[in-house]
Design a protein around this ligand. Structure first.
Ligand code: ZN
Length: 286
């Protein structure tokens, strides 16, 4: 958390709620959020307006007038909330601070105040995330430096052949290989568990052991899981439990709950050091 669907939901909120808004003031309460920023302050953005937002993997890029862009990575627990005039609010990312609750929260580290009584609150209870300000002309090179693999969903999504080629080079568990942003960009712990469950593949299977039919199924399942997440506006997980019971994710964070396919109890294990949920019946060891 937040993975591709959560960051895509943030992108849509920024684009919908903030395009054309002019920044009147910025309040950076946690200077380390900008620790690797090419321009070490956000003050140059004051008086500039938002032109739109883009996403690559789990990085949100916001383009501003004046030739500026901001890049943000939310790591484990970042959240964006836009509060407009009256009761209007849109929140995406980590479920803490409570999307229904008051802002700013004690974990709100950056506040952008726009015209038309609109405010963007950037919160991060774990403080691993970052924000960078840079010239828009430098964004492409900055993104390339991450060596992201193809996207998991969308017009530039990875093909079955590309996925097969990337997994064939790795003998580590398929769960761990899929978390590598150089294999498929944007996948994280939640959506890998969902995709492997749908593809009936045990998470500890060696990445290079998948048969071609399994690869095809896994490829479909990755797109399916990410699209379901985007549709829902991101996964809803609070205190390690998925909710509501009939929502998405269906397997991740649902230890002991019935598998949606066969009814067996979902098991929690660890693969590559990460908490991993699977169905022991639908996903037998290979
Ligand atoms: Zn099952």
């Amino acid at each position: 958390m937040p993975e591709l669907p959560e960051v895509e939901t943030m992108r849509r909120i920024v684009e919908r709620e903030l395009t054309g808004r002019r920044l009147e003031a910025v309040d950076l309460r946690l200077p380390k959020l900008l620790r690797d920023s090419p321009i070490p302050t956000l003050d140059p953005l004051i008086g500039e307006s938002i032109l739109g937002a883009r996403r690559r993997a789990k990085v949100l890029v916001t383009d501003w007038t004046g030739g500026f862009s901001t890049m943000a990575h939310f790591m484990l627990a970042g959240q964006l909330a836009v509060l407009g005039p009256g009761e209007a609010r849109s929140v995406a990312g980590h479920p803490t601070p409570n999307p229904e609750g008051p802002y700013p929260h004690k974990a709100t580290h950056l506040i952008y105040r726009f015209d038309q009584d609109t405010t963007l609150y950037h919160s991060d209870i774990r403080q691993f995330g970052w924000v960078r300000l840079l010239p828009t002309d430098d964004v492409t090179a900055a993104l390339e430096a991450f060596n992201f693999g193809p996207e998991g969903v969308g017009p530039a999504a990875i093909s079955v052949a590309e996925l097969g080629e990337r997994l064939a080079r790795r003998r580590i568990p398929v769960k761990q290989a899929l978390l590598d942003q150089g294999v498929v960009a944007g996948l994280g712990n939640i959506y890998v568990d969902e995709a492997l469950h749908r593809a009936h593949i045990h998470p500890a299977r060696p990445a290079n052991s998948l048969a071609s039919e399994e690869l095809r199924l896994l490829h479909d399942s990755i797109g399916w899981a990410l699209e379901r997440g985007i549709e829902q506006g991101g996964a809803k997980i609070v205190h390690q439990r998925a909710h509501p019971r009939d929502g998405f994710p269906q397997v991740h964070a649902r230890e002991g709950e019935p598998c949606p396919t066969c009814g067996a109890a979902i098991v929690k294990t660890r693969v590559g050091g990460r908490g991993t949920y699977f169905c022991p019946v639908c996903q037998p060891p290979g």
